[in-house]
Design a protein around this ligand. Structure first.
Ligand code: C5P
Length: 243
């Protein structure tokens, strides 16, 4: 394989320079990390599953008019994406109390929320991705008020789409995290959905049994992560690609 230029390496993915200007190749690793990488393991096949699942969700979102960075899948572990300037926020949408929100506010895990709640965290591993308010975001110029309005609208559309996809296969979308980036068409700035959507970045519970089918299986030592992700892919009709 030709030597490629690595642009960025994160905990679960690597970005390489793409073949065309303004493109990147996003490589999905098998590494699983949790608690800001204090817990880590290599899980055979996770990258393949997340590449396929993220493709599935990004293509579906594109079809309903949500702009995404996804261009095409290249092989089992890689996809071609549009380069964008990532806004340094992790945007979490919650439908049911769980995880850090349950801990922070003392709300029992599994409590349905009266409406979807959007939270913003600063993307900064050294600080442990702290929760920030809209005031912080605007005061420190991480995004404008217009960006925030667009991010909220986009997040709610993603939530509707993903909730529906999951409900159709007997899975409750408890919460998820997305990242958003800027692209320019001439002088005109647009926001697009970036990064990935996969069971690494969502909480997914079986509606009947409550069984967890997401990264909490790894975080909380609940069994095989590959089995959980394969179950999600199987129900959605997304089988791991073999090319
Ligand atoms: O940990 P917390 O409850 O805040 O996570 C909310 C959602 O965001 C979960 O679905 C989790 O998987 C996702 N998340 C993520 N990456 C992070 C933090 C949270 O994908 N760095």
């Amino acid at each position: 394989m030709a030597r490629r230029t690595k642009v960025y390496e994160g905990k679960a993915k690597i970005l390489y320079e793409g073949p065309e200007p303004d493109t990147l190749v996003q490589y999905f690793k098998d590494d699983a990390t949790a608690f800001n990488a204090e817990k880590r393991e290599v899980i055979d096949g996770k990258g393949v599953l997340n590449n396929r699942l993220s493709e599935f969700f990004m293509v579906g979102l594109g079809q309903i008019g949500v702009p995404t960075h996804f261009i095409k899948r290249l092989n089992m572990r890689e996809q071609l994406i549009r380069a964008c300037e990532i806004i340094p926020l992790e945007i979490v949408v919650r439908n049911v109390a769980a995880g850090s929100m349950s801990k922070r506010l003392g709300i029992e895990e599994g409590t349905p929320l009266p409406r979807p709640i959007i939270e913003f965290c600063l993307k900064d591993d050294k600080l442990g991705d702290p929760l920030v308010t809209e005031e912080h975001i605007i005061a420190f110029n991480w995004a404008s008020q217009q960006d925030l309005d667009d991010i909220v609208a986009l997040s709610l559309r993603v939530n509707d789409f993903l909730s529906g996809c999951m409900l159709a296969v007997g899975i409750k979308l408890v919460d998820f995290k997305i990242e958003v980036g800027r692209v320019w068409d001439g002088d005109f700035q647009r926001l697009i959905l970036a990064d990935e959507i996969s069971p690494d970045s969502c909480r997914l519970w079986d509606i009947e049994t409550g069984k967890k089918l997401d990264k909490d299986v790894f975080r909380r030592d609940l069994g095989s992560l590959t089995d959980a992700y394969t179950e999600v892919a199987r129900r959605l009709g997304v089988m791991p690609a073999n090319s």
